[in-house]
Design a protein around this ligand. Structure first.
Ligand code: AMP
Ligand code: GLY
Length: 423
């Protein structure tokens, strides 16, 4: 088969790396890709939202299956368009992807189908939202409805922070249309866990659990980022939690969507928080996570292309997922300054030293080739990923890998995976 992967981050590099191991896959294209992806796939300079450019690739190269990495093309309806044209594509249609692209829609679904989540109210009127604050205790969570590149959630520790956030979102429209509606949500405490399933609209197949590290600083301080590292599986996520999450969260969400006339095909990702009352949903995503994918896919023994085809064909009940009994850790190396301003084009050295390692892989996030060298080209630059029999060994190996790689002003967290060691 010839496949096209859409996207350019660490998630897409991991997908490409995994597909390259499939006997079903003969050739991989990636749009637009990055310098790491270019080692396994032919990268084509077409943006993820340039649908006519992407359709041209599919037509001209004879692509048998397209796999969508990021949320933007899904929310813009790439799957609907490709299906209309008769081109096989992996991912949810626009209405199904709304579970991620509209937090109001996701919350309505959760409330209607009794899926455990935080209590919240929706506002589009500034004065009414301000009035509501008078009745609330703090911290309070303020969420813009639409996609805001991970920046649309604010935790207000007091009333004046909440007022300021509402001014930014509703009055000043800092997130544009994404902030037209706002959720004011109860603050929940607990450890966060990412849980992803493959869904063909009827059947679901769970993947191993993982934990992201969203804050820029060690011990979870500072600004939110796209994710500074992850590990898998999560040792404190019990069998009982798994039962609850499958039976009370994923199944009712997929069947609830079906009742609304929406068939969810692709990956449903629940951002969970394990509260004293059990697991609850903080958010849904309609795609693989980044950097969760980097720690999930290396342990997958079942052929990924086979799973993708079965998802598209609606026969996931014929597939069984099997996993290596191993822990995986991904440490993200970023450009100093991220998630704010940062410099790019820094020459990266040391990548070759890890090439021969079977148990350490460097997934590229923001890199490109310049004058024969690989240079940084984004906030998150690389995800150094390692696996081993225990979490402790995997952490040590991942940091051993990080130690070999150098670029000017690189920054990484020193505590990825440590939370998993406390249990
Ligand atoms: P979301 O995009 O909805 O997952 O929110 C991003 C981050 O905000 C989450 O990973 C949590 O750390 C935090 N968050 C979101 N909702 C809540 C909540 N109801 N209570 C506490 N923290 C939250
Ligand atoms: N790691 C968070 C996300 O992919 O949304």
């Amino acid at each position: 088969m010839k496949v096209l992967v859409i996207g350019s981050g660490g998630r897409e590099h991991t997908i490409v790396w995994k597909l390259a191991k499939s006997p079903l896959v003969k050739k991989i294209y990636c749009a637009p890709g990055n310098a790491g992806i270019a080692e396994q796939a032919e990268c084509l300079e077409v943006k993820v939202d340039d649908f006519s450019g992407l359709l041209k690739i599919v037509h001209n190269k004879g692509i048998d299956c397209t796999i969508v990495g990021p949320e933007i093309p899904l929310s813009l309806g790439i799957v609907d368009l490709f299906e209309e044209k008769g081109y096989p594509i992996f991912g949810p249609q626009r209405r199904a992807a709304e579970i991620e692209s509209s937090k109001v829609f996701a919350k309505q679904m959760m409330n209607k189908y009794n899926i455990p989540t935080a209590y919240s109210e929706v506002f589009d009127d500034y004065e009414k939202a301000i009035d509501y604050l008078k009745t609330q205790s703090f911290p309070l969570v303020i969420k813009a409805d639409g996609l805001a590149a991970g920046k649309g959630v604010l935790i207000a520790s007091n009333k004046s922070d909440a007022e300021q956030a509402l001014t930014h979102i509703i009055k000043e429209k800092r997130f544009g249309e994404a902030g037209r509606r706002v959720l004011l949500e109860e603050f929940l405490s607990g450890e966060e866990v990412s849980m992803l399933v493959f869904s063909d609209g009827k059947h679901i197949l769970p993947m191993v659990t993982s934990q992201d590290h969203k804050k820029i600083g060690d011990n979870d301080v500072g600004l939110n980022t796209g994710g500074m590292g992850a590990y898998s599986p999560v040792p404190f996520f019990s069998e009982e939690d798994m039962e609850i999450v499958l039976n009370k969260i994923f199944q009712p969400t997929i069947s609830g969507l079906e009742k609304e006339g929406i068939i969810f095909k692709g990956i449903l990702y629940a951002g969970l928080i394990i509260t004293e009352d059990g697991p609850k949903v903080l958010e849904f995503n309609a795609r693989f996570g980044d950097p969760e994918t980097q720690v999930i896919l290396p342990g997958l023994k079942t052929d990924l292309m086979d799973i993708i085809q079965a998802t598209i064909d609606g026969r996931l009940n014929q597939i069984e997922l099997s996993w290596n009994e191993q822990s995986a850790v991904c440490v993200v190396m970023a450009s100093q300054g991220y998630p704010g301003e940062y410099e790019q084009d820094k020459k990266i050295t040391g990548l070759d030293e890890l090439k021969h390692r079977e148990d350490i892989v460097v997934f590229h996030s923001g890199t490109r080739e310049k004058d024969g060298h690989i240079v940084s080209a984004g906030g998150r630059v690389l995800g150094v990923t390692a696996w081993a029999g225990t979490l402790k060994e995997a952490i040590d190996k991942a940091y051993q890998g990080v130690g070999k790689i150098k670029f000017e002003n690189s920054y990484y967290r020193k505590d990825i995976g440590e939370k998993g060691l406390c249990f």
